[in-house]
Ligand binder design. Sequence first.
Ligand code: THU
Length: 161
Amino acid sequence: MPHNRTISASYLEYSEEEELPRDIGELIEAAKKASEGAYAPYSGFSVGAAVRLSSGKIVSGSNVENAAYPSGSCAERTALSYAITNHRNDFPVSIAISARGNSGIPAQVVSPCGNCRQFISEEENRTGGRIRIILACKDKTLVFESISDLLPLQFSKLSFV
Ligand code: THU
């Protein structure tokens, strides 16, 4: 007989901006600001990601599109690539994502695509720590404590053996 198993994830949802812890609010502001740097002529959808490093430093990035669509990069990968390249030993501890479309900040959170989830997963494995994922939109903020919540049963170097 097969066993019926369940995969579940829990997260915090804030609906009041004033309730957000200061460091989270600050990271969301940095992500919002980063979205202004987006190069998104094809989708018109500007995304910003801000990464908090263990030293407290914040680095950020935005989506960079390409006429050959798959060659573009999402904001999360731009920001994390920058962090890994320039601050190799200052590990990412959280990442905030904020977007702006043609009609302003969306009512629903923008959640990382599968490719970005895998990228964040690699970074958790490289550093051995969890990366908090903060998804912000107009009236709410969702906080996940690890990529495992968004990408269960992930493929990693541990799967090689
Ligand atoms: N995008 C991101 O940068 N991050 C996400 O989490 C979702 C999607 C970008 C990719 C593309 O440039 C645009 O948003 C529309 O899909």
